[in-house]
Write a protein of this length. Structure first.
Length: 549
């Protein structure tokens, strides 16, 4: 069933509405916060001025003496109260008071020293008596903050906090009053009702909402008209022409049956350019389909031939494992993953005689069919010349000269040949510019550097050197081509020798087949979705036990 599609104009209008609402809310929130923070700063400046007037140039030593004696009628307290009364009456503040923090209990956590009042306050509350406890005016959490501020604040430091009271929200500023010795005497506090902020913030959202609604409606209407004329209508004509073109192409293999009607768009912008590009593309597509019909047939023929070549190449490499089921002295496993349908890597293993086993791992320069053909020649020559009693270096010297005789394409081969004596464990090997093998011994894989000589088919009369290693039962030889270490991930980083060595030792002393499967899985994880640029060939030979003579 065909899915019901939304109109582009509807989606655009919906997107515009959502964007406008979100923008309005964001601007409203920014304005709200900006106004609130600005008003708070003004409150703080005003309260700083009030506190400075209240605490500066006063005999606080005499106040301490009066407080300690609980002398409520002391002249200094009368003078202090008069000062606070004057400040209270001549300013726009809610309360001006001085208290001494006592503890952080739920009640009676502070006591009054004095407070400033207007005449109306005196009629309602009377004089705040010296030593009056605050009861439950201050919650325990607020009292704890007062006490911490009283004990730890630096001289001149102010503490601000909004406070919910029975008369509404107030903004409080406090400063610790100190005597001439710098010893804390009490906390002078001033409260300001946050009436102005509350009033503005109550109407602020409504103003933003109404302004946003009006501006959004005007903006959406104007933008909708413009979009319909410059975008939606031209796109509709393009869509109609494209739909007819698609319908004419279905079920038709004749390029002449394709027809793309010109939408005739003249907007003098990208839409007109798109229309012209589609007309041109339709014409090019008809021409392309004609060529494609011919090329598809040719590609199918080449594909069939490559499939045959891939099968032939696969059948030339040993693929039956274990290859020598009646021989308990060794275990071998190998794999080759070509980068193209056919590759230039190859491996081989065979019994030279009853007690000698040969392994070969090689890499032909280049890719595809030429490399595969050269691989066949190289593999055949190496095997034919590896006869009983032959020295690996002499084998490579003969094969090199033969390859150089008929190498018009100037290809070359990096190769490794090793011959294992199943009785003694003596492993003779030679390298023609190939990667060094890893030897597993005493539970660890170690890269064994052997002397490299020049590649095969590179230059006539080259000399090669045989290196002899001693393998013990349980040892393994891991050999590979550079497609392993040069495997590349999406960031063009190489798999490298270090990762290969770490992977081998992480996998450890498993069977030859499990080892190669583990290394290949680690390479695949590293490469991920990046394309394979080179053939990946690996071979593992395990010397399990000595042959009994």
């Amino acid at each position: 069933m065909e899915t019901k599609k939304k109109k582009l104009s509807t989606s655009l209008v919906a997107a515009i509405v959502i964007f406008t609402v979100l923008l309005s809310l964001s601007l409203g929130l920014i304005g709200y916060q900006t106004y609130y923070q600005g008003m708070i700063k003004e409150y703080q400046k005003y309260e700083d001025t009030i506190l400075n007037l209240a605490v500066s140039d006063f005999d606080w030593d005499a106040v301490r003496t009066a407080v300690e004696k609980q002398d409520a009628d002391a002249s200094v307290l009368t003078a202090l109260r008069s000062r606070l009364d004057h400040i209270k009456r001549s300013s726009k503040i809610a309360w001006l008071y001085m208290v001494e923090p006592l503890n952080d209990s739920a009640t009676d956590n502070m006591r009054y020293i004095t407070a400033g009042h207007t005449e109306e306050d005196y009629q309602i509350y009377g004089v705040t008596p010296l030593g009056k406890l605050t009861g439950n005016e201050y919650p325990a959490e607020v009292a704890r903050q007062y006490l911490d501020f009283y004990r730890t604040s630096q001289p001149g430091a102010c503490w601000y906090y909004p406070n919910k009271t029975e008369w509404g929200w107030t903004y409080t500023a406090s400063v610790v009053v100190r005597d001439s010795a710098g010893k804390a005497l009490g906390v002078m506090g001033v409260d300001i009702y946050m009436v102005e902020i509350d009033r503005v913030l109550q109407i602020f959202p409504l103003v933003i909402l109404l302004a946003s609604a009006v501006l959004s409606a005007l903006f959406i209407f104007a933008l909708s008209v413009w979009l319909n004329r410059r975008v939606v209508h031209p796109l509709s004509r393009l869509q109609h022409a494209a739909k007819l073109f698609v319908e004419s192409s279905h079920g038709s293999s004749d390029p002449a049956a394709l027809d793309f009607a010109n939408p005739d768009i003249h907007t003098a912008d990208e839409m007109e350019s798109l229309s012209a590009a589609l007309v041109t593309m339709a014409a090019d597509l008809k021409s392309y389909m004609k060529n494609l019909l011919h090329e598809t047939a040719e590609k199918e023929r080449i594909g069939a031939e490559l499939n045959v070549a891939t099968k032939i190449q696969a059948e030339m490499l040993p693929i039956i494992f274990p290859p020598f089921p009646d021989r308990k002295e060794v275990d071998i496993y190998a794999s080759m993953t070509p980068a193209k349908e056919v590759g230039g890597d190859f491996y081989d293993f065979f019994m030279v005689d009853e007690r000698h086993l040969a392994i070969v791992v090689a890499d032909v320069s280049g890719k595809g069919v030429p490399a595969a053909l050269f691989m066949v020649i190289g593999k055949t020559l190496i095997k034919d010349h590896t006869v009983p009693g032959a020295d690996p270096a002499e084998v490579f010297e003969k094969v090199n000269n033969l390859l150089c005789e008929s190498n018009g394409e100037e290809l070359f081969i990096t190769a490794f040949l090793g011959i294992l004596d199943l009785v003694t464990g003596e492993f003779k090997c030679v390298s023609a510019g190939h990667e060094p093998p890893y030897i597993f011994h005493n539970g660890t894989y170690v890269e064994h550097k052997i002397k490299k000589a020049f590649v095969l088919a590179g230059m006539e009369n080259m000399k090669y050197t045989t290196v002899t290693l001693q393998l013990e039962p349980g040892d393994k030889v891991f050999q590979y081509t550079d497609g392993v270490t040069e495997a590349t991930d999406a960031h063009e980083q190489l798999y490298g020798d270090e990762r290969l060595g770490a992977s081998l030792n992480k996998i450890g002393g498993v069977s030859a087949k499990e080892l190669l499967s583990g290394v290949k899985a680690d390479i695949d994880r590293f490469v991920c979705s990046a394309p394979q640029f080179d053939d990946i060939t690996m071979l593992c030979l395990e010397y399990k036990e000595r042959m009994k003579v």
